[in-house]
Each structure stands twice: as structure tokens, then as C-alpha cells.
Design a protein around this ligand. Structure first.
Ligand SMILES: N[C@@H](CCC(=O)N[C@@H](CS)C(=O)NCC(=O)O)C(=O)O
Length: 222
């Protein structure tokens, strides 16, 4: 499945981009690279890729613990987006994208701005298990926001996270859209893909939304 790059963020004045990521190699094509998405990259990669796989990584749990003052929030009202938490018993579902040839440098250049410069994410090598061939895992590059980055918000009750998500929007849209698109993806992955943290936040939003505003106004939020 081929995907052409579309929207590109126009970053505010920012520090020089971080150095090129140390890239895990694809044994079948040494010049190829797999990039693992588990948040907005799941529904909006916005870089050209040659192939994609739905699957999971083990040893990590997804958490809405990264603040976002550009894409889904502002300096005054940071939104919440996801990162990966090292968790021995964790499993996080997402999409791995294969980039080849010139796609590799283009994707890394684009993601360095979107994820590192604008989002505070670092790169990390992970082992990705395709849903259809979990016995043939792939090395992939993931963008992870560590507690050391300035935008990191850390843990909070799911109800508080839901309140923050309902109140925030940024240059890429409302924070609620970010949550619901991720929840939609997890629905598509099937019953074996569970994310209790995500589900608890969606439930909390559903409980609050009628109080937050009537249904017809809620639809205007996203
Ligand atoms: N690195 C994670 C999370 C990426 C993520 O959500 N990053 C934010 C940057 S703060 C983003 O790109 N947001 C774009 C959007 O919200 O549409 C992934 O692989 O999906």
C-alpha cells in the first residue's frame, strides 16, 4: 500500500534538529527501515512508505503521559498524546511502515521535525510482531517521549486526562479527535488487542461529554 506525503507542519522557530536516528536494518533489504507508530502515526503517517503491517510490540504499555503544546494543545493548555512506558508485561498495538530508498531519508527528516523538534520524542529500536506473522518479528524504529523531555506530564487519573483532552486543541486538531481515532484503530485490531488505559479514558470522556456540552455541540469539537 503506497502512501504519498501530504500535510507538513510548519514548525515555530526551534533548536536544530537532532542527529539522524541510529536505524535498525531490515534484513531483507538493508536499505529499508521499519517505523513503528502507536499514536497519531497510526492514522496519519504523512510520509511515503512501501508497505505497512498491523501488529504489536512487547515490553511496552501506551500511556497518555506526554504533553503537547503544538499538535493537540497550546502553551497555555497543553494537550495529552501518547508515549511508550517500559512495562515487562506490556503489549502495545500499532502500525509498522516500511520505507525504502529515498523514502528513508525523507521519512526521517519529516519525523524528526514532527516528533522530535515539535513533540519532544526520541528514537528507540523496538521489536515489532506483525499480527499475521508474529513468528517473524521485525526490528523497527519508534518515537518515544521519555520522562526527561520538557513536555512530559507523566501519570494522572484517567478522569483528569479525559478532562484535559476534552479542553484542548492545537494545529493538528482537537485532542478528542486524537483519542477517538486511536480508539477506532484499536477496535479494528480486534478483541485480542486490549488497551485498558485508552479504554478508561474513552469511558471517562463518554461520561463527561453530556455534562461538558450537549451532543450536537460535542460533534463540533472534533
Ligand atoms: N510517536 C507516537 C506518537 C506520535 C504522536 O502522536 N506525536 C504527535 C506529536 S506531539 C503528533 O505527531 N501529532 C500529530 C497529530 O496529532 O495529528 C506514534 O508513533 O504515533
Amino acid at each position: 500500500m503506497k502512501q504519498e506525503s501530504t500535510a507538513q507542519e510548519t514548525p515555530p522557530a526551534s533548536p536544530p534538529p537532532s542527529p539522524p536516528a541510529q536505524r535498525p536494518r531490515d534484513a531483507s533489504d538493508p536499505q529499508a527501515l521499519w517505523i513503528f507508530g502507536y499514536g497519531s502515526l497510526v492514522w496519519r503517517p504523512d510520509f511515503a512508505y512501501s508497505d505497512s503491517r498491523v501488529g504489536f510490540v512487547r515490553g511496552y504499555s501506551r500511556r497518555f503521559w506526554q504533553g503537547d503544546t503544538f499538535h493537540r494543545g497550546s502553551d497555555k493548555m497543553p494537550g495529552r498524546v501518547v508515549t511508550l512506558l517500559e512495562d515487562h508485561e506490556g503489549c502495545t498495538w500499532g502500525v509498522a511502515y516500511q520505507v525504502q530508498g529515498e523514502q528513508v531519508s525523507e521519512a526521517l527528516k519529516y519525523l524528526n521535525v514532527r516528533e522530535a523538534v515539535l513533540g519532544g520524542y526520541d528514537t528507540k529500536e523496538v521489536t515489532f510482531y506483525p499480527q499475521d506473522t508474529p513468528d517473524q518479528p521485525l526490528k523497527a524504529l519508534a518515537y518515544v517521549a521519555t520522562p526527561q523531555n520538557p513536555g512530559y506530564l507523566g501519570p494522572a487519573p484517567e478522569e483528569a486526562i479525559a478532562t484535559q483532552i476534552l479542553a484542548c486543541r492545537g494545529f493538528s486538531g482537537h485532542n478528542l479527535e486524537y483519542l477517538l481515532r486511536l480508539a477506532d484503530f484499536m477496535q479494528l485490531c480486534g478483541p485480542q488487542a486490549q488497551d485498558e488505559h485508552l479504554a478508561a479514558i474513552v469511558d471517562a470522556v463518554g461520561t463527561m461529554l453530556p455534562c461538558f456540552c450537549p451532543a450536537e455541540q460535542a460533534l463540533a469539537l472534533v
